[in-house]
Write a protein that binds this ligand. Structure first.
Ligand code: FE2
Length: 295
C-alpha cells in the first residue's frame, strides 16, 4: 500500500509506487495461493484516483495478454459491500461503509445499491486523521485516538445529523479549537469518538427502521475501532437485529474482494470486457446489480 507520513496523496507518486511493486506482488499472490487454474483477471476499474486506476487497468491487461485470459473490471465500492456476503454470510443487510475516504449508509433496493446517507464533507477516517494531525499522531491516526480516548471524559461537541446525512468537518474544527485552548487530548479523543460514532449509529438505526432490514454490516477500515463496533452492536441488539463486521484484515482495501466481485459477475454470465476501461467517478448506485450476492 502507498502511504505517506503526512497522510497526503500525490497521484504521480502513487502511480510510480504501484508501477514498482505490482509484478512481484501479483506473482507472489498467485504462487502463495497455489492456484492451478485461473479463469479470468478481475481488476478495480472504479471509483478512484485516475492514475491508480490506469495503472491497475494496464496491469490487468498485461497479465490477461500474457495468460490469454478475459478481463473483468469491477467497482471497488461494490466489492467492499459484497465481500460481506463472502465473509459474514449476511443475506440482505444495511451496509455501513466507513473508511478514510468513504462514509456511506447503503442498502440494496430495486436492483441497485442505494445510498441512503453519507458524510457531506469529509469522511469519518479523514475526519479522525485531521484531528490526529493536529495532535501529531501520524497517519493513520484512528488506532492512536482510540487508545488515548480510554482515559478521557465527555466534553460536549456539536452533533450534526441532517436527515440521513452526517457532517464531520465542523466538529473537527471545534475539537481542534478546544485543543488549542488547552482541553486535554484524552477528553477530546473520547468525546470525538463518542460523538462521531453516535451520529453514525443513529443514521444506521434509521436506515434499518426505514428499510425493515434485520442485519447491519460494517465494512471499511474504521471497523477496526472497538468502541465503534460496540455501539453499533448494542444498537442492533436493542432493535433485535444482527450486527456483522468483516474480519479486520479484510475490512480495508484488499484484492480478495475484487476477485470475489469478479467471480460473482462471472457466475452470472459476464465473460470479459471488450473495452478494458476505468470509471473514476462511478458511484455504487450507478451499478446495476444483475449478479447474485453469494455463490
Ligand atoms: Fe476501499
Amino acid at each position: 500500500m502507498y502511504t505517506r507520513e503526512d497522510g497526503g496523496m500525490v497521484p504521480a507518486e502513487l502511480a510510480r509506487h504501484h508501477q514498482g511493486v505490482y509484478k512481484d506482488i501479483i506473482r507472489k499472490a498467485i504462487l502463495d495461493s497455489k492456484t492451478r487454474k485461473i479463469d479470468f483477471i478481475a481488476y478495480s476499474r472504479a471509483p478512484g484516483i485516475p492514475q491508480a486506476l490506469y495503472r491497475t487497468r494496464d496491469a490487468a491487461e498485461e497479465f490477461a495478454k500474457e495468460l490469454n485470459l478475459p478481463v473483468i473490471g469491477v467497482n471497488h465500492a461494490i466489492a467492499h459491500l459484497t465481500s460481506g456476503h463472502l465473509f459474514c454470510k449476511v443475506k440482505d443487510p444495511v451496509y455501513l461503509y466507513t473508511s478514510g475516504a468513504n462514509t456511506q449508509i447503503i442498502a440494496l433496493e430495486g436492483g441497485r445499491f442505494r445510498i441512503f446517507g453519507e458524510a457531506l464533507s469529509i469522511a469519518i477516517g479523514n475526519a479522525l486523521d485531521k484531528f490526529g494531525r493536529e495532535l501529531g499522531l501520524g497517519f493513520p491516526a484512528g488506532a492512536k485516538i482510540e487508545e488515548i480516548a480510554k482515559d478521557g471524559k465527555y466534553i460536549e461537541l456539536p452533533y450534526v445529523v441532517k436527515g440521513m446525512d452526517v457532517e464531520f468537518s465542523g466538529i473537527i474544527t471545534k475539537a481542534i479549537e478546544l485543543y488549542r485552548k488547552g482541553y486535554s487530548k484524552e477528553d477530546l479523543c473520547f468525546s470525538l469518538q463518542e460523538t462521531l460514532f453516535a451520529m453514525l449509529t443513529e443514521v444506521s438505526e434509521r436506515a434499518l427502521a426505514h428499510t425493515s432490514k434485520e442485519e447491519l454490516l460494517l465494512i471499511g477500515g474504521v471497523a477496526a475501532n472497538r468502541r465503534f463496533r460496540e455501539m453499533l452492536d448494542r444498537m442492533c441488539r436493542d432493535r433485535g437485529c444482527r450486527f456483522f463486521t468483516v474480519p479486520l484484515e479484510y475490512a480495508g482495501d484488499q484484492a480478495v474482494m475484487i476477485s470475489y466481485q469478479g467471480l460473482l459477475e462471472w457466475y452470472c454470465g459476464r465473460r470479459g470486457d471488450k473495452e478494458v476501461e476505468i470509471r473514476p467517478y462511478e458511484r455504487s448506485d450507478q451499478v446495476e446489480v444483475n449478479f447474485k450476492l453469494s455463490i
